[in-house]
Design a protein around this ligand. Structure first.
Ligand SMILES: Nc1c(NC[C@H](O)[C@H](O)[C@H](O)CO)[nH]c(=O)[nH]c1=O
Ligand SMILES: CC(=O)[C@@H](O)COP(=O)(O)O
Length: 161
């Protein structure tokens, strides 16, 4: 199902575990800051709406999406967390750089999920243009940051079984 057929912000709070005892790390890319801030705000709002305490949500910034890998790894290594969410926005330019950044970040996130017992949640937009990114960071298709927050809570619950 494409995003255009599913609002990214929709969730049923009654089906989501209470996150009051969960600790989250969020690594945010500064590239396309207007979009990544919208994603972060969506994630933060959804986490706290589901019971997470603001003091249990630790944010680090990195320059670009490719640095999300190292930033998330350092969070896993240095902080006691239940989940790490990485937030980025990669938008196609004139060259192949888009493909390599997207592939590198995707593979890096997969590797982190293999290396650590704490889940790393992938909240990286990989869009053809800015409008697509705006539509998915609080626009007409909702907010992927909300989707990522709900995924993080569910994965923490799964990890505690
Ligand atoms: N073009 C975008 C980038 N490029 C920068 C890389 O992510 C990285 O910071 C650089 O190659 C240095 O290692 N990053 C994004 O997040 N979004 C883009 O659209
Ligand atoms: C994803 C990128 O690095 C890309 O936006 C950079 O733009 P360009 O391919 O025109 O250099």
């Amino acid at each position: 199902m494409a995003t255009e057929n599913k609002n990214l912000s929709n969730y049923d709070k009654n089906t989501i575990p209470n996150a009051k005892d969960f600790r989250f790390g969020i690594v945010v890319s500064e590239w396309n800051e207007q979009v990544t801030e919208g994603l972060y705000n969506g994630a933060f709002a959804a986490l706290t709406d589901c019971g997470a305490l603001p003091e249990n949500i630790i944010r680090w910034n990195v320059p670009g999406s490719f640095e999300l890998i190292f930033g998330a790894r350092q969070m896993h290594e240095k902080l006691e967390l239940d989940a790490v969410i990485v937030i980025g926005c990669v938008i196609k330019g004139e060259t192949m750089h888009f493909e390599f950044v997207c592939e590198g970040v995707t593979q890096g996130m997969k590797d982190l999920n293999l290396l650590y017992d704490v889940p790393t949640i992938f909240c990286v937009l990989t869009d053809n243009n800015m409008q697509q990114s705006l539509d998915r960071s609080g626009g007409k298709h909702g907010n992927k940051g909300v989707e990522a927050a709900i995924a993080a809570i569910k994965m923490v619950e799964l990890n505690r079984k």
